[in-house]
Write a protein that binds this ligand. Structure first.
Ligand SMILES: [Zn+2]
Length: 144
């Protein structure tokens, strides 16, 4: 697992922990070529700017758009299993019980709960390895 792949996994983990699973689902479909940013943003009820902003960050983390989409398609389904750390209206962090006002949720998680983030990154890598079936495209000997 390269540091760039791990960096992409971390971005997916932060998004899931922030409770933005719809953004991950939209990005997963985009990575599989199932629609453009405008239609997928609309389908999942998220802002086009949020979608495009996340896409740009993934490109930067992966080093190229091609790698970003490869890593997203490999890992997004496993990241979707991670529960939100926030309460239902997204204002209280369940880990530290802090009320978050005017704070970008991913920033709070990254700064305050790094151990949890690392634990979930390891979880995604482990789930990916468990799901790999040798001899099938996308699995087996593929080096990341
Ligand atoms: Zn917290």
């Amino acid at each position: 697992m390269t540091s760039k792949a791990i960096s992409v996994i971390e971005a997916l983990v932060l998004k899931a922990m922030a409770g933005k699973h719809s953004v991950l689902e939209a990005m997963g479909r985009y990575a599989r070529g199932e629609g453009g940013p405008a239609i997928l943003s609309h389908m999942y009820g998220i802002s086009k700017y949020q979608f495009r902003g996340f896409l740009q960050r993934l490109y930067m983390r992966a080093g190229s758009p091609v790698h970003a989409m490869l890593y997203v398609s490999m890992f997004v389904d496993h990241a979707l299993k991670i529960p939100s750390v926030f309460n239902d209206d997204g204002t209280v962090c369940r880990i530290c019980k802090k009320v978050l006002i005017d704070v970008f949720p991913e920033d709070h998680i990254k700064k305050t709960h790094g151990d949890e983030v690392r634990r979930w990154v390891a979880f995604v890598i482990n789930e990916y390895r468990k799901a790999k079936i040798p001899g099938v495209i996308g699995g087996g000997s593929q080096q990341v």
